[in-house]
Write a protein that binds this ligand. Structure first.
Ligand SMILES: [Zn+2]
Length: 289
């Protein structure tokens, strides 16, 4: 859904609450504390007869920040979801007319809804795997740090099923060895039903013992028929443009969240916009695995 649709569909707080209640509970409000359905409502507050607690639909969800109108939350979800190259917290704050701390908090909450859970669906078929370095422009030279030294670029390992989903993980600089890459493969790829394509990085040596493995030698021939890693490289360039344009100073601590955000958008690219929006809302409310 784009912002015009959000604004016309969710004109006021009541519209938003009704929508969130339907997404979270269907027709039967359920106590978030004891799961009882013996509840009653007084406008937007609910009361549980079982544990004698009152609650609202946003309790325990990413939207639980009471002073912010829910329309802004729904707009924020739509803006982040539709921003192919990512959206900085600052831009989000401007778009929503909130202060920059609130913008940052909203962005982080929405990223929580977009985080990769344990990979339930393993990648199958032709899977391209690659590694890249993102974030942190090279520092300008100082006395102690000559130009080019001490860049804060962090490695990310990723794999994509051709025509399907992508998965990626921010790793430490030392965790790019063969053993780490093999662990990533076992964790996220259905090795019995996949064919791996990588470049000739030495970390991939011996990975053919786990699953069929084709190597593209960039130096010799860029695309050798179907043996290429163009899909994952396309994803990297999307990720890097987003990082570079919007997130100049992504700290290591938050890098995985940003990577997850880009994976989430990529993996929803074929979903109808309304379905992708609702899926994200469900994740934000904890009702979607
Ligand atoms: Zn209860």
């Amino acid at each position: 859904m784009n912002i015009i649709e959000i604004i016309s569909r969710f004109e006021n707080q009541s519209d938003c609450i009704a929508y969130l209640e339907r997404v979270r509970w269907g027709d039967t409000p359920t106590c978030p504390y004891c799961k009882s359905t013996r509840t009653t409502r007084n406008q937007h507050r609910h009361y549980c007869y079982n544990c004698k607690t009152s609650f609202s639909v946003t309790v325990g969800t990413i939207f639980h920040q009471t002073h912010l109108p829910l329309q802004k939350w729904l707009l924020a979800v739509s803006l982040v979801l539709n921003a192919k190259k990512g959206l900085s917290a600052l831009q989000l704050a401007r778009d929503l007319k909130v202060n920059k701390n609130t913008g940052w908090r909203i962005a982080m909450q929405i990223r929580k809804a977009m985080s990769q859970r344990e990979q339930r669906e393993l990648l199958t078929g032709i899977v391209e795997m690659d590694e890249t370095y993102v974030g942190g422009k090279p520092r300008k030279g100082t006395k102690n740090n000559p130009p080019g030294r001490g860049t804060k670029k962090a490695p990310v390992v990723g794999a994509v099923e051709r025509g399907g989903n992508v998965t990626a993980k921010a790793v430490k600089k030392d965790d790019m060895k063969g053993r780490d890459l093999r662990a990533f493969v076992r964790d996220r790829i259905d090795t019995a039903n996949a064919n791996l394509m990588t470049d000739d990085y030495k970390g991939y040596l011996g990975i053919g013992r786990i699953l069929p493995h084709d190597v593209i030698k960039h130096a010799e021939w860029y695309v050798d028929g179907h043996i290429h890693t163009n899909t994952i490289e396309g994803f990297w360039s999307l990720l890097k443009r987003g990082m570079f344009g919007q997130y100049h100073s992504v700290s290591r601590k938050h890098l995985q969240r940003y990577v997850d955000e880009f994976c989430f958008r990529y993996n929803r690219r074929k979903m109808p916009p309304m379905a992708a929006f609702e899926y994200t809302i469900k994740r934000g409310m904890g009702v979607q695995a």
